[in-house]
Design a binder for this molecule. Structure first.
Ligand code: C2E
Ligand code: MG
Ligand code: MG
Length: 646
């Protein structure tokens, strides 16, 4: 299978992206957790240094000493207030110590009972103050408390310091971990961002490229075209693969894919100096030329492309003949560069013209194309309903036996009388009808009309009906023909089906089936415009025909072109060898007639004998011809066109 321009990312890339995102998220969670832990430790240190038991013990010690001093220094009744206040503060301190959680519980158990006991014992002494010796008694009661309280203070101080030290060590560890996490977080975050940016670029590239061919796609082509404003000269070329749908349907999508890829490669090879080669639709490619000589370079590329496409494409071991049609819009200078929209539209118009001109060619945009395009659109719109409005009719051009100068049959030719434009030639409206399914209805109408007309002709005069490509792909055509013939009571042998190579090329498999079914009914099959295609002979091998119609271009140029006369002679010889009838088209002069007769052609058609006639005139012509040879109808006579298979 084709690997070029593969869209999907390898699985490992998805895993890498997911891994990076997961690790980054995990690191972020860790970092948050460690930060919270560090904050908690910090708070513990804060609390340890601000509200530790050392402070309470130190304050209690200071108050104990102050109370001792108050007792020792009391001389007058007024000092009693100071003593009472100090005693109250000490009692308050004692109750704080009693309620506090102590790092050294046994110390509280030893010291606090002594403190409360001493406070109880000094209370009666306060009332006796400033009696001599009472103050010293109180000092004596309080004195034994000083040493244990001082010891407790220093122990608790040491314990608090140890705790702060330990917490600080843990905090340092936390910060180290946090630093490490931050570094990893930054690294993984950067990797993740790089990955996302890279993937974005890749997706962007993918969005602008065609998955099958690896070329730029319509989006990229449009962007490039929009940036053309400053270019000094440019050219837009649209390339359409002819009948790609049929190719896809008959050969399969795998082969269709390979064909598109190879066409893309050939375009790149043929236009190495192009600014961009893109695939802008299913079977449509576009090339953009920019800068000096863009117009000339694009024309040269168009010629190279057509030349390169002559070579068949080898797809999955099968040789596939592919042709392309090109539409070109060139701008010589920067002066009035049209908008990108106009450039594309003009190139599209040129492409449309190229298709109308028979495909396999390049057409450059001309301003007049706009008018004809509008007209064509008008015609296309008006074609719908033209049958119901009775705007179509058939004309019948005789096919003449060159030796007996009698009418062998008539070719039914479709006409359209447009209410505004007047006569519209089939070369203009048949391709329009073929583009839509309208040709199916139109084709069936022609068959019905032609058969209905032919039933009034003598028993051996045939009617030839042109069948287009779309009709050959209509699986119900043979059944329709059988039913119409039956309804009209016309023998199938008197109906001739004319097909062109172009019609056959579009869907060989289906076309073969339809032709075989028609032939099985008894209809004759003629290969029209023989010699104009590039593989006429190969069709003789693949299909069973009853007749060849030599294209009028060979007859027209027989006088001045020795090759044409040689070709006509060779085709006649070939037809005889293959036991096929042969008719020369476009006999306008006696000279043409003599030439084709000499070349071995038994039948002819052309203005020399008659222009296409109305059905009444066709009947008159038959009646004019030798009455006894035609009337009454001789049922046992073979149809006249069989007589041509000499
Ligand atoms: P064709 O089948 O090759 O028809 C012959 C064309 O050559 C006719 O043109 C006819 O008028 C013209 N012609 C005949 N004798 C001469 C002559 O001596 N000199 C010149 N210069 N031309 C001559 P017409 O009627 O314009 O038809 C053109 C083509 O349109 C036909 O070519 C056929 O391919 C297509 N066409 C006509 N009617 C139908 C139809 O009912 N269905 C389909 N699918 N195609 C049709
Ligand atoms: Mg024809
Ligand atoms: Mg023809």
């Amino acid at each position: 299978m084709i690997q070029r321009g593969k869209l999907t990312l390898p699985r490992s890339f998805h895993r890498l992206g997911l891994g990076l995102a997961a690790v980054t998220a995990l690191l972020a969670v860790f970092a948050v957790a460690v930060s919270l832990l560090a904050a908690a430790y910090q708070q513990r240190i804060d609390e340890a240094s601000r509200y530790n038991r050392t402070f309470d013990a130190t304050q209690t010690l200071a108050e104990l000493l102050r109370l001792q001093l108050a007792f020792a220094g009391a001389r007058e009744p007024g000092d009693l207030d100071e003593i009472r206040m100090r005693t109250a503060i000490l009692e308050n301190r004692a109750s704080i110590l009693a309620n506090a959680v102590w790092p050294i519980p046994e110390m509280r158990a030893d010291f606090l009972p002594s403190l409360f006991d001493a406070l109880q014992r000094i209370t009666p002494l306060i009332d006796r103050m400033p009696e001599a010796g009472v103050g010293m008694d109180a000092v004596t009661i309080l004195k034994p408390l000083v040493q244990p309280l001082a010891r407790m203070t220093s122990r608790s101080h040491a314990i608090a310091n140890d705790e702060i030290g330990r917490t600080q060590a843990q905090l340092r560890l936390m910060f180290a971990v946090l630093c490490g996490l931050t570094v990893f977080l930054v690294l993984f975050g950067a990797a993740l961002v790089t990955f996302v940016l890279w993937q974005n670029r890749r997706l962007d590239r993918t969005a602008r490229s065609d998955a099958l061919t690896g070329l730029a796609n319509r989006l990229q082509f449009g962007l490039c075209l929009d940036r053309l404003a400053s270019a000094n000269g440019c050219a837009v070329m649209l390339i359409d693969v002819d009948h790609f749908k049929t190719l896809n349907d008959t050969n399969g999508h795998d082969i269709g894919d390979v064909v598109l890829t190879r066409v893309g490669q050939r375009l790149e090879e043929a236009a190495p100096d192009a600014r961009l080669v893109a695939r802008v639709g299913g079977d449509e490619f576009a090339i953009l030329y920019e800068g000096p000589e863009a117009a000339a370079r694009s024309r040269a590329a168009a010629t190279r492309i057509l030349e390169m496409m002559r070579q068949p494409i080898l797809a999955n071991g099968r040789c596939v003949k592919v042709s392309v049609t090109l539409g070109l819009r060139t701008v010589e200078g920067a002066a009035d560069t049209p908008s990108s929209y106009t450039l594309l539209k003009d190139a599209d118009l040129a492409l449309y013209e190229a298709k109308a001109a028979g495909r396999r060619c390049a057409t450059e945009f001309q301003p007049a194309m706009k008018k004809s395009f509008l007209e064509r659109h008008r015609l296309e719109a008006d074609l719908h309903g033209a049958i119901d409005r009775g705007e179509h009719h058939l004309q019948f051009q005789p096919v003449v036996d060159l030796r007996a100068n009698t009418t062998l049959g008539f070719e039914a030719l479709l006409r359209w009388n447009h209410p505004e434009f007047g006569f519209v030639p089939p070369s203009q409206f048949v391709p329009l009808a073929e583009e839509s399914d309208l040709i199916l209805d139109l084709g069936r109408w022609v068959l019905t009309e032609a058969i209905a007309t032919a039933r009034h002709w003598p028993g051996d005069v045939f009617v030839a009906v042109n069948i287009s490509a779309r009709q050959l792909n209509d699986a119900g055509l043979a059944a329709f023909v059988a039913q119409t013939l039956a309804e009209a009571g016309l023998p199938a042998q008197r109906l001739e089906i004319e097909v062109t190579e172009t019609a056959l090329i579009q869907n060989e498999a289906l076309a073969t089936q339809t032709l075989q079914a028609l032939r099985a009914l008894g209809c004759r099959i003629a290969l029209d415009d023989f010699g104009t295609g590039y593989a006429s002979l190969s069709y003789l091998q693949r299909f069973v025909f009853d007749k060849l119609k030599i294209d009028r271009s060979f007859v027209e140029s027989c006088r001045e072109d020795k090759n044409s006369s040689a070709i006509v002679a060779a085709v006649c010889a070939l037809a005889h060898r293959l036991q096929l009838g042969v008719v020369a088209e476009g006999i306008e002069t006696r000279e043409h007639c003599a030439f084709v007769a000499e070349a071995g052609c038994g039948a002819g058609q052309g203005y020399l004998f008659d222009r296409p006639l109305s059905k009444d005139k066709a009947l008159e012509r038959l009646q004019r011809e030798t009455e006894d040879a035609r009337w009454p109808v001789q049922a046992d006579r073979a149809p006249r066109h069989l007589a041509l298979a000499l």
